[in-house]
Design a protein around this ligand. Structure first.
Ligand SMILES: C[S@@+](CC[C@H](N)C(=O)[O-])C[C@H]1O[C@@H](n2cnc3c(N)ncnc32)[C@H](O)[C@@H]1O
Length: 220
């Protein structure tokens, strides 16, 4: 059996130090988000952002759908990785948090790439499926309500082109996916999502321990 290295804090710092520095603008958005308190853990980290940017570049992505914007950090990072004619459809049920990100999108000069749609993501995904984007999306990032993950996966499959990619966040859920004492609805939903994808022949599935665990599912 192959060996997967475990990152302790020192090794994670080394990984961070080995990457290009997080831009000052990103740091300011992170600091403003941190000031919201414990909820700020919802924001992806810089290491994960670099990883996801690489996936957008590897897939030659032009159309990226983000389910779960929060304060706009992942949208900002992905907008930077898309070409000038790239487009983000950014979905969130809250209008309060993405408004924080909007300032940073403006300052970064990427706001024109980001089409923010406020409302329930499931309905928004149905609207996209009924638009000319059906079968034309390159990457879908699932990072919203955990109970919706399986449905978003099915919707994403319809939206994606062949070879398009689903990125699903929090699939290791701080390790609680293997904590048998944790029977909360969110944890059960993530376990169910992971099990469903393992058996889903429509995708080539990989799971990587970046951030809180990311699944990469490539549409066959
Ligand atoms: C984990 S955060 C997203 C973090 C963001 N990707 C980032 O890296 O900063 C989850 C977001 O999903 C949104 N959300 C929760 N349920 C939703 C739903 N049913 N439809 C759309 N957005 C939803 C929340 O408002 C929240 O902003």
């Amino acid at each position: 059996m192959g060996h997967d290295i475990r990152l302790d804090d020192a090794l994670e710092s080394y990984v961070r130090a080995s990457l290009e520095d997080e831009p000052e603008l990103y740091k300011r958005l992170r600091a403003e988000t941190d000031a919201l308190g414990a909820i700020s853990v919802m924001q992806i980290g810089w290491i994960q952002a670099r990883f996801m940017q690489a996936i957008l570049q590897m897939t030659g992505a032009r159309v990226y759908v983000e389910i779960g914007v929060f304060t706009g950090y992942s949208s900002l990072a992905m907008a930077d990785a898309l070409p000038d004619d790239g487009r983000i459809i950014a979905l969130d049920i809250s209008d309060e948090w993405p408004a924080m990100g909007q300032k940073y999108w403006d300052e970064a000069g990427v706001a024109d790439k980001i089409d923010l749609r406020i409302g329930d993501a499931s309905a928004a995904m149905d609207n996209l499926i009924n638009s000319d984007l059906k079968g034309r999306v390159d990457v879908v990032f699932i990072d919203a309500d955990k109970g919706g993950m399986e449905h978003y996966l099915t919707q994403a499959h319809t939206l994606l082109r062949g070879g398009g990619v689903v990125l699903a966040d929090n699939v290791l859920w701080s390790g609680d996916v293997i904590n048998t004492a944790d029977t909360s609805a969110n944890t059960r939903a993530i376990r169910a999502f992971n099990t469903a994808l393992k058996n889903d022949s429509r995708f080539h599935v990989s799971m990587v321990p970046v951030g809180d665990g990311i699944t990469i599912a490539v549409k066959r």
